[in-house]
Design a protein around this ligand. Structure first.
Ligand code: FES
Length: 68
């Protein structure tokens, strides 16, 4: 079983469960503690990228949400 689970939300963000580190182009990092989750933007409209701020609801984002 993987330590990190990524869930594609219906017409919404990717929800990431489990401990992980996200690093930007400058080397700054965001670390998520074990037992918590965060959502990453898939629509491109968030004002807080790479995190979702629910802007996908306002822009009526639609996307394939199945893992193939
Ligand atoms: S997916 Fe939620 S703001 Fe982009």
């Amino acid at each position: 079983m993987a330590d990190v689970k990524i869930e594609l939300r219906e017409n919404g963000p990717m929800r990431v469960y489990g401990a992980f580190e996200l690093v930007d182009k400058d080397g700054n990092s965001y670390t998520q503690p074990e037992g918590q989750w965060v959502t990453l933007c898939r629509c491109g409209q968030s004002a807080n990228k790479p995190f979702c701020d629910s802007a996908h609801r306002e822009c009526n984002f639609e996307a394939e949400s199945k893992a193939r």
